[in-house]
Write a protein that binds this ligand. Structure first.
Ligand code: GLN
Length: 219
């Protein structure tokens, strides 16, 4: 790319690094289109070498147990764990939030995560009652108006460790959005609405990471 107008760090090839969307499974296409709509250069990520060449990652919704198995089978899980440890910004929605949790409650046998967020996330937390629902959420870090949030077989943050901060809760206090340094997770699916403030918030972290001012999730 000629010039470097956004001040991005130059990669080995001399080009600013794009943001990635983990594309093993789930609604990754929607995230690609949201991020492109916001002006980002976006690539899909399935392989370890692709994980090494991005400046941030979105992990989509889908089925976390399948995403976990595929990410390990493709060898991309280890590469992403290294990038998370380096402080690369990652935004996980729904199954993506489960992938970012240090601890999974009600996972399938042997289910692992990439980790990074000091939280326990309960899969299918609304499963027995209503599998899907919508709610208006106040998200102070994003300001007004409240966010219309779509929950589909959604997880919740069952325990918030000292390293993590709640960004939004349901009326009963259940935590459904969380942040820790450069990591961001939501139980719901902003890519299915027209409100992309979480994606913008993520892209701000990416810009900070690429010019070296971002905070890692680990002190
Ligand atoms: N229940 C799914 C899981 O366990 C998540 C659902 C979603 O991503 N919409 O991964």
């Amino acid at each position: 790319m000629a010039g470097n107008p956004q001040g991005h760090q130059e990669g080995a090839a001399g080009a600013a690094r794009p943001v990635g969307v983990l594309a093993l499974q789930g609604d990754f296409r929607e995230h690609v289109s949201v991020l492109r709509g916001l002006g980002a250069e976006v690539v899909t990520v399935r392989r370890p070498e692709e994980a090494a060449a991005i400046s941030g990652l979105v992990i989509p919704g889908g089925e976390s147990s399948v995403m976990d198995k595929l990410s390990r089978a493709f060898g991309v899980a280890e590469a992403l764990k290294r990038r998370i440890a380096e402080g690369m910004p990652v935004y996980g929605t729904c199954a993506g939030l489960i992938m970012l949790a240090d601890r999974i409650v009600d996972g399938i046998r042997g289910q692992e995560s990439l980790g990074g967020l000091d939280v326990a996330v309960r899969r299918n937390a609304f499963g027995g009652q209503t599998e899907s629902f919508e709610a208006e959420l106040s998200v102070p870090v994003l300001g007004d108006p409240p966010m219309h949030a779509i929950f589909i077989r959604a997880p919740v943050v069952a325990e918030l460790g000292p390293g993590a901060t709640a960004l939004a809760t349901l009326d009963d206090g259940t935590v459904v959005a969380v942040e820790q340094g450069n990591l961001l997770g939501t139980s719901f699916h902003p890519e299915m609405t027209a409100d992309y403030r979480f994606h913008q918030y993520f892209l701000q972290k990416v810009a900070g990471f690429d010019n070296g001012t971002a905070r890692s999730s680990r002190p």
